[in-house]
Write a protein that binds this ligand. Structure first.
Ligand code: HEC
Length: 128
């Protein structure tokens, strides 16, 4: 409904209400797209950092690598690299700086920020 229609003051009020309602509706629908969760962001980042060059990772596009171990069902794994307890904090640390936990590891430092590593860890820990 156009907002600039000439009308009596009573009608104008009604229209204004309708128009404002429309604007509010638009704003709501713009914000309505649910914000990305850490897990969803992690899934996107795994593809962005190209972890899949070396790892097979479920539902992460292009992740078919065989250099490193498969990360399927990683949320069910007790240990990272066979020796570090698999928890959100240790997994994020591993992803950000693997050699800080296992100095002789073959996994390279991927240059992930702490925030990015935390979300990638959240995604991997959700895999079961
Ligand atoms: C150049 C190849 C390479 C890339 C790229 C790579 N990794 Fe790894 N990754 C490895 C190797 C090799 C291991 C095994 C290391 C070990 O056991 O010490 C490993 C181990 C892991 C483990 C532990 C696996 C297990 O079975 O315990 C996780 C989790 C992991 N990588 C996540 C990632 C993530 C997330 C990225 C992207 C940010 C990534 N990796 C990028 C090679 C790679």
């Amino acid at each position: 409904m156009p907002c600039s229609v000439v009308a009596t003051s009573k009608q104008t009020k009604k229209m204004r209400a309708a128009c404002c309602g429309g604007v509010a509706g638009l704003l709501l629908s713009a914000c309505g797209a649910a914000p990305e969760t850490g897990v969803e962001r992690g899934q996107r980042l795994l593809a962005q950092y190209q972890c899949g060059v070396c790892h097979s990772i479920p539902a992460a596009p292009g992740s078919v690598g065989r250099v490193g171990p498969s990360l399927a069902a990683f949320g069910l794994r007790s240990y990272i690299a066979g020796e570090i307890p698999n928890r959100p904090d240790t997994l994020a640390r591993w992803i950000a700086e693997p050699a800080s936990l296992v100095p002789e590891t073959l996994m390279p430092d991927m240059g992930a920020s702490d925030a990015d590593a935390r979300d990638m860890a959240a995604y991997l820990l959700a895999l079961d």
